[in-house]
Design a protein. Structure first.
Length: 132
């Protein structure tokens, strides 16, 4: 049985909503690390130090461990310095959150617990429930 155009459009709308909401939630949910803060400068210094240690390491097993540590540090640096347009992600959330919430039964308190600011929920038109 073929899907109707209406059903196809509803599926496409759901995918767009889910994608926009997930991207925003991922952007605001970056976990905080314990301990000393990791900065781009500290990662760059670590990479320089690892490069020096790799050049001077005679043990091939130790060298490959250092190479992997440098790759991991470079990946962390790349992720840290990637530009995220939080305003655009927030606009996508605001556009889709109310219909998504209604369709999925997601309440104001659930969004708040997930870290979405009240101002963003208000802008999105997500309705407060009696319990919120």
């Amino acid at each position: 049985m073929a899907m109707s155009e209406e059903h196809k459009a509803a599926l496409a709308r759901g995918r767009r909503e889910s994608k926009a909401i997930k991207a925003y939630l991922e952007a605001i949910s970056i976990p905080k690390r314990k301990g000393r803060p990791v900065t781009p400068e500290s990662l760059e210094a670590k990479i320089v130090g690892l490069d020096e240690r790799i050049r001077n390491e005679a043990n091939p097993l130790a060298r490959v461990d250092l190479i992997q540590a440098r790759i991991d540090a470079q990946t962390a640096l790349d992720e840290m310095t990637a530009v995220v347009d939080l305003d655009a992600l927030e606009q996508g959330f605001v556009k889709h959150a109310a219909p998504y919430s209604e369709r999925k039964g997601i309440t104001w308190p659930a969004w708040r617990e997930a870290g979405v600011p009240a101002t963003v929920l208000n802008a999105a038109g997500v309705k407060r429930t009696r319990n919120a």
